[in-house]
Design a protein around this ligand. Structure first.
Ligand code: GAR
Length: 200
C-alpha cells in the first residue's frame, strides 16, 4: 500500500476528493495515512475524522517555519508517508522540508500556472479578464507555485460568471484533477526532464 499524507489549512474539499478517490478505487493500492492541519479550527479536520483518517494539528504560531515543518515531517515519516499532498495548505514550506521530501510533494493551485500565483488566484484571473483559467497540480520546489507541472485542467470563463461561480467550477475541476495526478506520481511511470513531467 502507498501512503498519502495530506496537509490542509481550511475546509478540506480537495482532501475529501482524494480520500474518496482512495476509498472508491480511483486511486488504487493507496491509503490516506494522515491529515495534518496548521490551523486548529480547519473544517477539513472534522471531515477527515468522519472518514476515520488520523488527524494531527500543528499550529504554526509561535514556532519558526523550519521547526514547524520538522514537526510535520516527523509525523509524516512516523506514518510511513510516500507522497505529501498539499490541499489548500496556505503557507510556504521551508527549504529543509522540501529537500527532505524532494519530488514527493504535490500542490494544487487554482489557476493555469505560471499565471496567477499566490492568493486568490480565481479572482486574479477573473479581474484580469482571461477567457480561460483552470487548475494545476505541480511538484513543489523552493519557489511559490513553481515546480514541474504534473497535470492541468482548463476552465473557461463564461460571460455571466462572477468570481464565486468561476471558483466553484475550478474547484470541481480540482477535485477531478488531483486524484489523476496522484495516480501518475504513485505509479512511478513518469520522468522529469527539466520542468516537464513526462508519462513513460
Ligand atoms: C483550493 O482551491 C486550492 O487550489 C487552493 O485553496 C483551495 C483550498 O480548498 N490552494 C491555493 O490557493 C494554494 N496556493 P479546499 O480546502 O476546499 O481543498
Amino acid at each position: 500500500m502507498k501512503r498519502l499524507g495530506i496537509i490542509i489549512s481550511g475546509r478540506g474539499s480537495n482532501m475529501v476528493a482524494l480520500a474518496e478517490a482512495v476509498a472508491n478505487g480511483t486511486v488504487p493500492g493507496t491509503e490516506v495515512a494522515v491529515v495534518i492541519s496548521n490551523i486548529p479550527t480547519a473544517g477539513g479536520l472534522e471531515l477527515a475524522r468522519e472518514r476515520g483518517i488520523p488527524t494531527f494539528v500543528h499550529d504554526h504560531r509561535g514556532v519558526s517555519r523550519e521547526e514547524h515543518d520538522r514537526q510535520m515531517a516527523e509525523e509524516l515519516q512516523r506514518r510511513g508517508v510516500d507522497l505529501v499532498c498539499l490541499a489548500g495548505y496556505m503557507r510556504l514550506l521551508s527549504p529543509w522540508f522540501i529537500s527532505e521530501f524532494e519530488n514527493r510533494i504535490l500542490n494544487i493551485h487554482p489557476s493555469l500556472l505560471p499565471a496567477f500565483t499566490g492568493l486568490d488566484a480565481q479572482r486574479q484571473a477573473f479581474e484580469y479578464g482571461v477567457g480561460y483559467t483552470g487548475c494545476t497540480v505541480h511538484l513543489v520546489d523552493r519557489q511559490l507555485d513553481h515546480g514541474p507541472i504534473v497535470r492541468q485542467s482548463v476552465v473557461p470563463v463564461l460571460a455571466d460568471d462572477d468570481v464565486e461561480r468561476l471558483a466553484a467550477r475550478i474547484l470541481a475541476a480540482e477535485h477531478r484533477l488531483y486524484p489523476e495526478a496522484v495516480n501518475l506520481i504513485l505509479s512511478g511511470r513518469y520522468r522529469i526532464e527539466g520542468r516537464r513531467v513526462l508519462a513513460t
